[in-house]
Design a protein around this ligand. Structure first.
Ligand code: SF4
Length: 706
């Protein structure tokens, strides 16, 4: 029954990077009522199916409730002492680079900050990476190349202001549904607003599109280079903007024109019609306000960073950036992928958007009073797990993520973890494939129990608040990390009593870093926020600066000044490079992959809600009718997919949504919830050489009826 006394508590959704505001209300019977927060600027009260079901995913049967060593329950003191001793002994014997942390976009910013501080400032290694490497690290690298900093220029209100919205490699209707609803509402308000979807598949997002370019898998650079050349040929560039605010234009245009392809030849290579291609170019060139939203189809590629820059090049060359309705806009996958990269939770960043220059290392070392600051980048995700397999990393602490399922070539990841002398996993759930390989399991508080901040795709910091009591002996991640740090002898840096204290320290560091480097990430007077104001903190975008108006915070680079040394944005010459993953006689099909509408990551939480499992109860293989006929597959058959690294079984769904030769599979299933659809066993780790992000959408496979 409903408790009339309990108030609605404002918090933030646990799933995607849209970062919707949620209101939650605990009931006497243990249930949690959920509704959208009408005052939150990201969603204005709306929630998608996953957000609405948040209260149904709080099972107490699947929770990790107590610290465990070798699957035996132990006290927190024993667990923390064991982790601290094993890490200390490993470091003493093999050096700081023999240990690593693998973090997650599910962690709160405060958790991320403390983990990064311990590893980079006190242990003295930069072996801190995160599952966000699989999500948006190509966008980070592209931003840094173009803008001089990892700064996303736009805001969600650009959706309502745009004349043309382009989705590239993003099934926004399923993966970021609330933003897609905003697009539909914007189009209803302004029938002149056009939507173009660029995706090899005909996804749910295409049904509301004015134009769908079903381009050949991976050829985005070819498309946007040709767009740049077309804009130049047709006097559709903004030469004043190029001259005043950018550098590298001539070389970039030359590179884009180098192929000397006609429109028809380009269309043929992209496998689309010349009429459609020209229609897209005309729309881009003649629309004043263009918003290009892109996601994993761009990032998860061996050319992910170049794809990002090819998009940004077109926006810079037309001055369509940082203005209402105009921006290149990376949509992050996870709820706090942004917060993680802000504090420096990537192996190639030091802290607070700072890289590893001598000056930056000195600043952070002095600020943290760090005994041995890391001075060079550490190992990125794929390299980190390779180093475990090679025996170079001998102790790893994995927090709030399930790499034994989510990283490509997952058999190899499992084998590496099984061989690793010491594996610690902290998580809120009890039965993931990764936890099964842990020597020490640490129960972390989950969504609804923990408290801190997250940052969404539009740089908006929101509070996640505690709305239920904690199950078992679970603790906040920042507390667990701090206790281990203190046991390792690092007393002075980790005496935190409350997450607000960590937030203030992090905000102070952003201000110092901003003073040194002109980074856009600055939290201004939030460095002095009181505990009670932190508790009440309303959603707000960074940069936070009392002296500037809120309008300034909404969009970056509106004045045409960027964060490079000379304040000019960089256009980056890029050329299309075919993926090293090639199909052959043995593996003739290219397997694309992505999310289903109602599931999240490896389903450790969303599979607990019965209604979320109804949408797609089984792992699916979408396959074109021509391929189905060639492989003698009928609708609802089970197909066995084989790659050079593994096999997976998937339910067949025949349809023309996919191209011939390019079947598509959902990503979520793992051994702990099904032995059937685990497609992460299939992909070999081919990575973008700049960002280190693995390609997950072009795996050569063969198929047979099972
Ligand atoms: Fe949660 Fe994303 Fe859905 Fe919003 S769109 S309710 S953040 S899953």
């Amino acid at each position: 029954s409903q408790n009339p006394i309990t108030p609605w508590i404002k918090t933030t959704c646990a799933y995607c990077g849209v970062g919707c505001g949620v209101e939650a209300k605990p009931q006497r019977n243990g249930a949690l009522l959920i509704r959208g927060d009408k005052s939150h600027p990201a969603n204005l009260g709306k929630l998608c199916s996953k957000g609405q079901a948040l209260g149904e995913t709080l099972s107490d049967t699947h929770r990790l409730k107590f610290p465990m060593i070798e699957n035996q329950r132990v006290s927190w003191d024993k667990a923390i002492s064991t982790v601290a001793e094993q890490f200390q002994q490993t470091i003493a014997k093999h050096g700081p680079d023999s240990v690593a942390f693998y973090l997650s976009g599910q962690l709160l910013t405060e958790d991320y900050y403390v983990a990064n501080k311990l590893m980079k400032g006190f242990i003295g290694s930069a072996n801190v990476d995160t599952n966000s490497r699989l999500c948006m690290s190509s966008s980070v690298a592209g931003h840094k190349r173009a803008f001089g900093s990892d700064s996303m220029p736009g805001c969600y209100q650009d959706i309502e202001a745009a004349d043309l919205i382009i989705l590239v490699g993003s099934n926004l209707a399923w993966c970021h549904p609330i933003l897609f609803q905003r697009i539909k509402a914007a189009k209803a308000q302004n029938p002149d607003c056009k939507l173009v979807v660029i995706d090899p598949r005909k996804t749910a997002s295409c049904y509301d599109a004015d134009l769908h370019l079903a381009l050949a898998n991976g050829k985005d650079v070819l498309l946007f280079n040709r767009l740049l050349a077309y804009l130049a040929d047709n006097q559709l560039l903004d030469h004043d903007y190029i001259e005043q605010h950018t550098q590298g234009f001539e070389a970039t245009l030359q590179s884009a024109q180098q192929d000397k392809l006609t429109l028809e030849q380009t269309a043929k290579q992209l496998q689309i019609s010349p009429v459609q291609l020209k229609q897209f170019f005309e729309l881009f060139g003649h629309s004043d306000k263009v918003l290009t939203l892109y996601s994993q189809g761009v990032n998860q590629s061996t050319q992910g960073t170049d794809k990002v820059n090819s998009i940004i090049n077109c926006h810079l060359a037309t001055g369509k950036i940082g203005q209402p309705g105009s921006s290149p806009f990376s949509i992050t996958g996870q709820p706090n992928a942004m917060g993680g990269r802000e504090v420096g939770g990537l192996a190639n960043m030091l802290a607070s958007h700072l890289d590893f220059s001598d000056r930056n290392c000195e600043l952070v070392r002095d600020f943290w009073r760090a005994p041995q600051i890391a001075t060079r980048p550490g190992l990125k995700a794929i390299d980190m797990f390779d180093a475990i397999a090679e025996g170079k990393i001998k102790a790893i602490w994995i927090m709030a993520t399930n790499p034994a399922v989510s990283l490509p070539d997952s058999h190899k990841i499992k084998a590496a973890l099984a061989k690793c002398p010491f594996v610690v996993v902290s998580d809120c759930v009890a039965d993931t494939d990764t936890l099964a390989l842990a020597d020490v399991k640490l129960p972390a508080q989950g969504w609804s129990e923990k408290s801190g901040t997250v940052t969404n795709s539009e740089r908006r910091i929101s509070r996640q608040r505690r709305v239920t009591t904690t199950q078992g002996e679970a603790k906040p991640d920042w507390w667990i990390i701090s206790e281990v740090a203190k046991k390792m002898g690092f007393i002075h840096g980790f005496n935190y009593r409350h997450e607000a204290q960590i937030f203030r320290e992090y905000a102070t560091l952003t201000n110092k870093a901003h003073g040194l480097s002109q980074n856009a990430l600055v939290l201004g007077d939030l460095a002095d926020i009181s505990d009670s104001d932190y508790y009440r903190l309303a959603p707000q975008q960074w940069p936070v600066n009392r002296l500037q108006s809120q309008m300034f915070h909404q969009r970056l680079f509106a004045d045409g000044r960027f964060n490079t040394d000379n304040r000019r944005a960089r256009l980056i010459p890029v050329r299309y490079i075919a993926s090293a993953q090639t199909c052959d006689q043995q593996f003739p099909l290219k397997l694309n992959s992505g999310r289903s509408r109602d599931q999240w990551h490896t389903m450790t939480r969303t599979a607990l809600a019965a209604r979320l499992c109804q949408h797609q109860p089984e792992p699916q293989l979408q396959i074109h009718p021509e391929d189905a006929a060639a492989y003698r597959l009928d609708q609802h058959d089970i197909a066995e997919i084989t790659s050079v690294t593994g096999k997976a079984l998937l339910r067949v769904n025949v349809g023309k949504e996919v191209k011939p030769g390019e079947p598509f599979s959902t990503i979520h299933w793992s051994n702990s919830n099904s032995s059937a659809g685990k497609i992460s066993t299939l992909g070999k780790a081919f990575i973008d050489p700049i960002s280190g992000q693995p390609e997950m959408k072009a795996t050569p496979v063969s198929i047979r009826r099972y």
